[in-house]
Each structure stands twice: as C-alpha cells, then as structure tokens.
Design a protein around this ligand. Structure first.
Ligand code: ADP
Ligand code: MG
Length: 339
C-alpha cells in the first residue's frame, strides 16, 4: 500500500485562495482600502494605473506595522483582528480572515512601506509570487503604502480574462464608492493615471453623497431613520421623481460594510410601491446597524453576502421605514414621470 496525500506548499495554497479573494484589480482595491480603514487612517489615497493592471496603490496615515508584522502580514491566516472563533460574532473590523495580503502577494509584485508612529525608520518589503525579494529599513511617513503591480503575472488565464480598461475602471470606481460612502469621516483621494478623480474631504454622510455624486443630489434625497430593538436604520433615500433606469445609486450597508441583498432590496422597493413607475430605480444610501451576534459575515471570502438571524423582521421594518419616510415628506407619486 502506498499513501498519496500531501499537504500543499503555502505558495500553492495562497494561489488557490487568491482565486476566490482576487477576481480582478477592483478586488485588490477593496482589500487594501479596507485594511487602511481598519488601520484607523484619517486620510487614504488610492492610485490606479491602466485600470489596475499596471498599479493599484493605497497610501494611508494609519497605525502602520512593526518590522515583524510587516513580514507577518503576508502569511496565510495572519491577522491582528481576531484571535478566537468567538471574536467572529463581535467584529468591528472589515478584515478578519487574514488572507488578503497573502493572496495578493501570491499573484502579483507587491511593495510595502510602513512605519509606526513611535519608530524613526519604517520597513520596506518587496514580495513577488509569495517570495520575499527584499526587506530593509526605510524613511517613510507614518502609516502604510502598499503598491500592487503586475497582477496575475503568474496566472495568464486570469490576466487574459480581464475586461477592457473602461470596464475594469468601472469596477474599481464601484468598490471605491462603496468604501467612501461607508466612511464619510475619512478623507479619501482617487488618482487614475496620475489625474485626481476624487478628493473627498472628511464630513457627514450628506456631504459625502454630494461630493461623490454632484451638488444636484442635495435636493434629491430624504433622510431616513428608524430605531428598533432588532435594527437601527439611517441614511437617505431618493425622491421617487428622480428614480432612474440604472441601479448605480443604490447602496446598502450593514454595520458599515457594503452588502448585496436581493431580499432587502426588495424590501426597499416595497417601500416605494405605488410611487415609482415599474422598471425605474430609486436612489438609496441605507445603513443598517445590527448586533453582530445576529449576523454571519463569513459565508463568502469577499463578505458582500451575509446572513441575518432575523431576516423577515428586518425586511418588514426596512420596508415600513421607507414608506413612512416618503409619507412624512409627502412626496408626490412619480408614476407618469418620463426620463
Ligand atoms: P485581515 O485584514 O483579514 O486581517 P489581511 O491579509 O488583509 O488580513 O492583512 C493582514 C494583517 O496585516 C492585518 O490584520 C493587519 O494587522 C496588517 N495590515 C494590513 N494592511 C495594513 C495597513 N494598511 N496598516 C496597518 N496594518 C495593516
Ligand atoms: Mg484585510
């Protein structure tokens, strides 16, 4: 008898995990921005070249990393954010799986520069295909800069599968918008091929929405608020008369994390029932606060799909909150409105 099972080497395991975490440059954008938010940055810059195929870089002024952590962060399942399985039910960070940087470093060329507040010198590390190419002390501002180049260099099938720059840039802008709308209190910049596309000073949610989508938004949105034992609801919904054909202004967050939920979208649409013509889409920027005990965020590596204990109750409360808001502001039906 001969045994044939072997453990995969780390770099192979990382490359497999990368397939789930990193689908396209926009996935790198999401992971790096979320790490910067978790590092308590007050200012975050995103730099993109050639739709992220040449460069995705995030520079933050957060807490930075020690020399040891700068190496450790590229290990699989290496995280500072949870220690025990129980911690999964009281998360207050975006990350917790400890696999984003390991995955990205497995399939790209990555330059990390980082410095903690109390250190004179920071650390610079270059890693490519999971192998550390160099590590040395460096002079760098407090915080962290991670530059990801040559994404998918060792997975040609993935690289070839990438769409045109226009499409990939659109995915990047989508991810950027989701993060900046979840964190209006952080100053964000976006530079694409060297030009500034967004400069979003820290402010409140209304200011952030206007900064991202133009001044016209100010007149088009109504404040939404509801607080119950099960769920807190905050944010804004668009007046029905400004509903449009596309869903580009629909954002739902749970505990400051953007999520996709066909079910809760349906609840929101239910609140607009009778006020919007079939086929048109209202804008919404809705923030739910739910006790993490009643959530499971860990059902997919990208964490945009989550499970709720009390889905039906949340559905009902959300629907009626939207209805109530529209009633309170006495909006006129927009059934005959033509766009
Ligand atoms: P996770 O975010 O799930 O913990 P990551 O692979 O994204 O996993 O990051 C691994 C670890 O590296 C983080 O837990 C954190 O300690 C550290 N880290 C990553 N990015 C930053 C950053 N921008 N600033 C400070 N620390 C960081
Ligand atoms: Mg992370």
């Amino acid at each position: 008898m001969s045994s044939i099972i072997q453990l995969l080497p780390d770099h192979v395991a990382n490359q497999i995990a990368a397939g789930e975490v990193v689908q396209r440059p926009a996935s790198v954008v999401k992971e790096l921005l979320e790490n910067a938010v978790d590092a308590q940055a007050t200012e975050i810059k995103l730099l993109i070249k050639e739709a992220g195929k040449a460069l995705v870089q995030v520079i933050d002024n957060g807490i930075g990393m020690s020399v040891t952590d700068a190496r450790m962060c590229f290990e699989r399942h290496a995280t500072s954010k949870i220690r025990l399985a129980e911690d999964l039910f009281q998360l207050n960070t975006k990350g917790f799986r400890g696999e984003a940087l390991a995955s990205i470093a497995a399939i790209a060329y990555v330059e990390l520069k980082t410095r903690q507040n109390n250190d004179q010198l920071g650390t610079q590390i270059v890693i490519e295909g999971s192998k550390i190419v160099s590590q040395q002390p460096t002079v760098t501002p407090q915080g962290t800069s991670i530059a990801v180049k040559n994404l998918f260099f060792n997975i040609p099938a993935r690289r070839n599968f990438l769409k045109s720059d226009v499409v990939e840039n659109k995915h990047i802008i989508d991810e950027f918008q989701r993060v900046v709308l979840a964190h209006p209190n952080i100053h964000f910049f976006l530079y694409v091929n060297g030009s500034e596309v967004y400069n979003l000073p820290a402010g409140n949610l209304r200011q952030r929405i206007v900064a991202v989508f133009s001044g016209k938004m100010n007149e088009r949105i109504l404040p939404l608020q509801e607080h119950t034992e099960v769920v807190g609801i905050n944010g804004f919904i668009g007046k029905p008369e400004f509903a449009k054909k596309s869903r580009t202004e629909q954002f739902l967050f749970v505990n400051d994390r953007f999520i996709k939920s066909g079910y809760l979208h349906h609840a929101i649409m239910g609140g607009f029932e009778g006020l919007i013509r079939e086929g048109l889409q209202p804008s919404y920027f809705i923030y739910l606060q739910i006790d993490p005990k009643h959530l499971d965020i860990n059902i997919h590596p990208t964490k945009t799909e989550i499970k709720f204990d009390d889905e039906h109750t949340i559905y009902a409360i959300l629907r009626s909150a939207v209805k109530h808001c529209l009633g309170q502001f006495k909006v006129a039906p927009a059934l005959d409105f033509e766009k």
